[in-house]
Design a protein around this ligand. Structure first.
Ligand code: DAH
Length: 348
């Protein structure tokens, strides 16, 4: 009996030192395992005289119950500790400020072309593109500018080989598009794209951009200069201001006849004269004209049957006018201080 009481005390003590689940398990083995201390006491019962068996058996049961109770208690405590520790180590501070994600903004030229494309698509045009590395054939010859033509001098070019160059004008896509039509039919396209010339100052960059326009239809549909004028008027008013007027000045381009340079009322001084329009009240925005019969013929359209107009404003130039940007180079330098000024939130 003494043995039993001692064991009870020992058990109480050993639980005091338990700090981990592993230690707790070891205790279980120590007391209730095959050769455990309680197991051994239990085994002694059968060898006792009958009159002692009952009492001894009872006290062994008490020890076992005591052990199991303590064991359960500790198990719950250690489990809880483990969970608390885990919670503590995985704690997320939801009051911390979020990581700042820098948001880009659209380039002013993208803002401008999105509006222009919307306008022309609403008038039934397709938006198409062509290669920037272009052949002499498409950039010049098929546009009525044969080799040696003096008008080539106006477009100082980056030739890559004798036959290939960085296109000097998006007009090359006029020829490409006409040629690509298997069954010749009406055409209504705009072609926004990059162009290249050997020039470099505040209003000219070696890489710049144009938006070509081409409309071709059957002669019987009477596409006339009036249609060209109406189209450019809508274009100019939408992009540069409601009350603008247009002025057509005769000019020369080999691929159009007649050809024009088209001015709009100065949107800064409204025609009074200022530094932007060099006191003339007008600003040149478009080059345009009626498609030359040679261009139609060379690209598979019979000039007896088909006719139309073309135009080619500078995309950079329109963007500069639209936003009052003083230097074309700003648009190609990727300076974040410049670009951020065009940050528009959705719906603005
Ligand atoms: N491609 C010409 C240039 O860069 C501009 C131009 C003139 C385009 C007349 C046209 C046009 O479509 O009809 O100088």
């Amino acid at each position: 009996m003494n043995q039993v009481n001692e064991l009870k005390e020992e058990i109480m003590k050993s639980f005091e030192d338990v700090k981990t689940l592993e230690q707790l398990n070891n205790l279980k083995v120590e007391y209730l395992g095959k050769k455990g201390k309680i197991t051994e006491l239990n085994a002694m019962i059968k060898d006792l005289p009958n009159e002692e068996k009952k009492a001894f058996g009872k006290s062994v049961n008490e020890v076992r119950t005591l052990f199991n109770e303590k064991y359960e208690q500790e198990l719950v405590r250690l489990e809880q500790d483990r969970i608390n520790q885990k919670l503590e180590s995985e704690k997320i501070d939801i009051t911390l400020p979020a990581t700042h994600i820098k948001r880009g903004s659209k380039h002013p030229m993208s803002l401008v072309i999105e509006e222009i494309e919307d306008l022309f698509v609403s008038m039934g045009y397709d938006v198409v593109s062509g290669p920037e590395l272009e052949s002499d054939e498409y950039c010049f010859e098929r546009l009525n500018l044969p080799k040696g033509h003096p008008a080539r001098d106006m477009q100082d070019s980056f030739f890559i080989t004798d036959e290939y160059l960085l296109r000097t004008q998006t007009s090359s896509v006029q020829a490409r598009y006409m040629m690509s039509q298997k069954e010749k039919g009406p055409i209504r396209i705009i072609v926004p794209g990059k162009t290249y010339r050997r020039e470099d100052d505040a209003t000219h960059a070696p890489q710049f951009s144009q938006i070509e326009g081409l409309v071709i239809d059957k002669k019987e549909n009477n596409i006339s200069l009036a249609d060209l004028k109406g189209t450019l008027e809508v274009f100019a008013r939408k992009m540069l201001g409601d009350n603008l007027d247009l002025r057509f000045r005769p000019s020369y381009f080999p691929f159009t006849e007649p050809s024009y340079e088209v001015d709009v009322t100065c949107f800064k001084c409204h025609g009074k004269g200022c530094n932007l329009c060099k006191q003339t009240g007008w600003i040149e925005v478009f080059a345009a004209g009626m498609v030359h019969p040679n261009v139609l013929r060379m690209n598979g359209y019979d000039p007896e049957v088909w006719g139309g107009f073309a135009f080619g404003p500078g995309w950079d130039r329109i963007t500069m006018f639209r936003y009052g940007i003083p230097d074309i180079r700003l648009m190609y330098q990727n300076d974040i201080r410049f670009l951020q000024q065009f940050d528009r939130k959705d719906g603005e």
